[in-house]
Design a protein around this ligand. Structure first.
Ligand code: NAD
Length: 270
């Protein structure tokens, strides 16, 4: 077990963050794989990351799907997905960081969450205003009209693959955005709109190197919006952030929420 993060040693940074959030009414959050590490899901990059240890996967996944969607679906239905990453996702539960972030939404501080995670844990923790910019492992999506369905609500006929959209007849694939696949334009539009009205921006558990997601905090900073980073390791944003708490989100976020509740008492600072 790693040592618990020393919150006391970062009391000044936490105090600064609590002060900023107490005046915030529409924070936008960019979350990444680090948020779910304490739920037992490995990250890709960073210390112990899957790619750090094993190298990057093939970058032509979408090309493979698009060239023969029927074959892709046949394989998916035959084999399922049962590697160690899939097993970790199946076994995972929201951690204290997911729960605290959902509380920041309920307190009227976080207005929108852009998550790069596909694991559904934010939703399961109670977050409601979410853009899953890389999709959701438990959903399906039409490639033509972008309609999305929870996987268990969509009937897949095994003798009529690939499945097609009930609205427009387009090809349906897993919602997770594959390597080489364009991010659905509706998701990108929502992220830009939310970033444009953010009065504070938080990056949590992301290496902030995957674009276009990494562009949103930069856009907010350019408008003079304070930027808060929560990540045990430095990122390209660390030097320009207004406040940095270099600890795990599952410990840092609950502490922030607890202190915010004390500070706000019955009402908001503004
Ligand atoms: P990343 O793997 O590139 O980086 C993870 C970051 O999390 C690192 O900077 C690391 O220092 C930080 N981190 C590690 N432990 C942490 C903790 N306890 N608290 C806070 N931060 C912690 O992740 P990324 O930037 O999100 O990008 C990788 C891509 O991989 C994403 O696009 C995502 O779609 C996908 N992915 C998703 C999941 C998931 O759904 N849980 C998991 C792995 C990868």
């Amino acid at each position: 077990m790693p040592d618990a993060f020393n919150l006391e040693a970062h009391a000044d940074a936490i105090d600064l963050v609590v002060g900023l959030l107490a005046r915030t009414t529409h924070a936008v959050v960019l979350a990444g794989a680090g948020m779910s590490k304490e739920s037992g899901i490995p990250t890709f990059r960073g210390e112990d990351g899957l790619w750090t240890k094993h190298g990057e996967p093939p970058l032509n996944q979408f090309e493979t799907f698009a060239s023969d969607p029927q074959r892709w679906w046949e394989r998916r239905l035959e084999d399922g997905r049962n590697d160690s990453f899939a097993q970790a996702l199946e076994a995972s539960q929201p951690n204290a960081g997911h729960v605290a972030l959902a509380e920041l939404e309920q307190l009227g501080i976080v207005g929108h969450l852009i998550t790069q995670n596909i694991d559904d844990l934010h939703r399961r923790a109670g977050q409601t205003s979410i853009t899953e910019i890389h999709g959701n492992r438990y959903w399906l999506r039409c490639l033509t009209c972008e309609t999305r369905w929870p996987r268990e609500e969509f009937i897949i006929e095994e003798d009529a693959l690939p499945p097609t959209c009930t609205q427009c007849g387009g090809v349906v694939k897993s919602d997770t955005v594959m390597f080489g696949e364009p991010i659905p334009p509706t998701a990108l539009r929502r992220c830009s709109e939310e970033t444009a009205i953010a009065d504070c921006f938080l990056t949590i558990g992301t290496s902030a190197v995957v674009y276009p997601a990494a562009q949103y905090p930069v856009d907010a900073l350019r408008r003079g919006v304070p930027l808060i980073e929560i990540n045990p390791e430095p990122t390209p944003l660390t030097e320009v952030a207004t406040a940095v708490i270099p600890g795990p989100s599952g410990e840092v976020l609950p502490s922030i929420v607890e202190q915010l509740r004390d500070r706000l008492g019955g009402g908001r600072a503004n």
